[in-house]
Design a protein around this ligand. Structure first.
Ligand code: FAD
Length: 320
């Protein structure tokens, strides 16, 4: 028995969600008294580096047919590797790829599956894992009683730490199924850290009045090294692209810092952001619901407050 971690690589490199997954897998393996095996599919530079974050060994399958993510092909390969390595716990990141894989894998492996967990499992006398629900208002504890278990973890649940050295890299024989989907073109959004991985996010709402005013949001984000996001009506009105929309029907994020500018704090918006570590709200309405969930609130006109905050941060950075 071992814990298998699917470690996603992008552009040959491992981003934070992959390192978090491996670290989470190692901590879970320690609780179960077993090994942590990381699985890397497609191109990746030095997969053995995952040993630093807890992998005891890496299985790397670099077949050309695995170069592009395909949930049908990947889930088949992961299930085969789980069987070959005797792994009955599989850990993935709750990324868009992870979300596409968890359900398929659970069916293929006849497994108990909990997606979007944010804490390590309890393994005394069973296998229980917790997940935050109802916009963070409640926590559900799931007992996973099936032999096979699939877990996907929310970003920022556990900070990955260097706890070892590079580990051995091996391969196993698998039967890679023919893809039913052909990738004809990939257009990547470049520049910012993608929202699910961002540690700092500056987000704007309808209080900005129109897309022509987004410069102040972007400037603040640039000074902080943050990623920009928005509320749903803003994306619906095409003021901002849809991939920036956070909330119940958009992306759920857990950054260390979330700055909400001109956003009322409707429950559907909070559903995607209220697991952020620190929330700062800038709103001119003292009754705005978002203030109730804020760690810091500035009650004022965003068109005055945000440029002043950006200037103050620029000065601070120049002096330090
Ligand atoms: C099924 C469903 C799903 C939904 N999913 C989502 C979702 O995923 N994400 C999401 O965001 N919404 C979602 N919504 C919409 C949600 O209910 C709210 O309507 C939306 O979040 C409001 O967006 P907003 O805060 O930008 O706009 P508004 O509610 O219009 O709020 C604008 C805020 O800006 C403030 N403001 C205005 N001018 C200034 C100024 N000069 N300075 C400072 N503050 C100012 C106002 O006081 C106000 O609080 C969903 C709704 C439904 C029904």
């Amino acid at each position: 028995m071992s814990v298998l971690v699917f470690a996603e690589s992008h552009d040959n490199t491992f981003k934070k969600p992959a390192l978090e997954s491996v670290f989470f897998g190692k901590k879970t393996a320690e609780k179960l008294g077993t090994q942590c095996v990381a699985l890397v599919l497609g191109n990746a530079e030095n997969p053995g580096q995952l040993g630093k974050y807890g992998a005891d060994k890496v299985i790397h399958l670099s077949d050309a047919s695995l170069a592009n993510f395909d949930s049908q092909v990947y889930s088949s390969v992961i299930a085969q590797v789980a069987q070959a390595t005797g792994s009955n716990v599989v850990v993935l990141a709750h990324s868009s790829n992870g979300k596409a894989l968890t359900g398929r894998l659970a069916v293929k492996m006849n497994a108990a599956c909990v997606s979007g967990v944010n804490a390590l499992p309890e393994t005394n006398g069973g296998f229980t894992i917790s997940k935050s629900v109802y916009s963070g208002k409640a926590t559900v504890h799931y007992a996973l009683n099936a032999e096979n278990k699939i877990i996907s973890i929310m970003g920022n649940s556990l900070s990955p730490q260097i706890i070892g050295n590079d580990c051995p890299v091996e391969s196993v024989a698998v039967n890679i199924p023919a893809a039913k989907v052909k990738v004809v073109n990939v257009d990547r959004v470049v520049g910012q850290v993608p929202l699910p991985e961002a540690e700092k996010v500056v987000s704007g709402g309808r209080g900005l009045k129109g897309p022509e005013n987004w410069g102040i949001v972007e400037e603040l984000a640039q000074v902080l090294g943050a990623t920009t996001a928005c509320s749903r009506p803003v994306a619906d009105a095409d003021w901002r692209p849809h991939h920036e929309h956070v909330g119940q029907t958009g992306i759920a994020i857990r950054p260390n810092l979330y700055i909400a500018i001109g956003i009322s704090g409707a429950i559907q918006h909070l559903a995607g952001v209220n697991n952020s570590k620190v929330i700062v709200v800038i709103n001119k309405d003292p009754e705005a619901p978002f203030f109730k969930g804020a760690d810091y609130g500035v009650c004022g006109d965003l068109f005055e407050v945000v440029p002043k905050l950006t200037e103050a941060l620029k000065k601070f950075k120049a002096q330090h």
